[in-house]
Write a protein that binds this ligand. Sequence first.
Ligand SMILES: [Zn+2]
Length: 540
Amino acid sequence: MKKNLLRVIALALICALLSGCGGDLSRYTDALYNAWGSEGSDIVAYEDMVYTRPDMAELENVLVNAKEAAAGEDFDRIIHRIWELYDAYDLFYTNYALADIRYSGDLTDSYWEAEYNFCAENSPRVDAILEELYYALAASPCLEELESDEYFGAGYFDSYQGENSWDAEFTALLEEENALIGRYYELSGEAGEYEMGSEAYYAACYEEMAQVLVELIRLRHQIAAYWGYEDYAQFATDYYHYRDYTMEESKAYLDAIQAELVELFRQVNLSGIWETGFGYSSEEDTYAYVQTAARNMGGMVEEAFNVMDQAGLYDISYGENKYPTSFEIYLDSYYVPFIFTCPDLTAYDQLVFAHEFGHFCNDYASYYSYAGVDVLEFFSQGMEYLSLCYVEGTEHLTKMKMADSLCLYVEQSAFASFEMGMYEIPEAELSHEALENLYDQVAQAYGFESIGYDPREFVTIGHYYTNPMYILSYVVSNDAAMQLYQLEISEPGAGLKILEENLATEEYYFLSFLDAAGLESPFAEGRIQKVRKTFEDILG
Ligand SMILES: [Zn+2]
């Protein structure tokens, strides 16, 4: 029971974090956006938004026109065509998002399933269209004007010069990787009828899932080698996450967490705190919780809430057929975000709604944030922590949140540590057994016996398959968000002030962002000790 609840919490968090913050191609520079993008538009109510199946032939046409313009010397025409393509791109993703929201609201609805699948299947082509545009612009006789400060800025098209680096060999490796990931999804679906982590579950899927991971690791070594890397972990970090901290810093950080938090993690898990649960919360209670927090915070946060409220930009209703996840998604063509949650009618829903509302505020204030994932998660997790300070009677919820946060630090650090380790296993020794042994070692080092664990459970952590080297982001962004809470309790208003001041940030990199916001680096000397102190104060 204890373990299951904990797992549910950890998984819910992962889902909340993941889907809220998918990467996107950064298609507007600020200057370009200011020049054309932000002409005032009235907010459209969600119920008045109309889904139309994207017209792929029309999109291809827009690309042909844009490429033709790019090859010519009529600068205004080029800009006009770029803008036309951006609008078409946004419209595609807006429709995709609308289909996603509807399908997620009822997984048994075959109409929305078909529309969602149509958009999902076509989205790689839509992204490729944008890439093709950029290659055409890089070769344009008007390149110099395009790279002026008023438009894209100097050097914007440097990486689009010459051959597309996504050559056939690399594309083939990625396709192979996608096929393995697809196999993992299939196996997860098949195993879905058994309770996750039960013997029946492992009997149904363990062997094959572990084998898929072994093959993925082998393949990823090849991918890294293709780009001249010796180490896939480093490659994936550079290629997917653009972090401004090094692998060495990350490793030292995980060691510090292990040294400072694992003992407390053990004690808290054995204290019986998970048996008390979060308590019941109706949809109305959950809504009122975030509403009260937003009203008490005021300013931009309250404004964002009012827009969400009046335009109905949320679905937090209970539903048997809903997709069990939560996300916030930006509706580009309408310049507003939307929140989806799948409540379980406990007070945990309040934190989930607050989390997604934090993303909502950030996207609303910045007309869609292009910041890196660690920065994005600062706002959502920060809103969770701050909400506890802006609603009365949250003592129990605060305790639960802190226990949850402590688990996040320790468990996600263990998962991150396992992930780094699995790419270090020599290829000749790579096998299920080697992965199990590694997991067992890591689990023991991080005190997992206090929650119960199975050395085979690494196959249940989808991130290893789908989002390489992502997990560490949960830990570092949680640390930054927790600083808001720590500031707020030592001086009311201090945490909120930092959140508000930075809602429209354009800083992509995490440590630069923290520095500019006046916050500490998670890697700073003594930082983890301060975190432990807060946990000890609240969890006793
Ligand atoms: Zn999130």
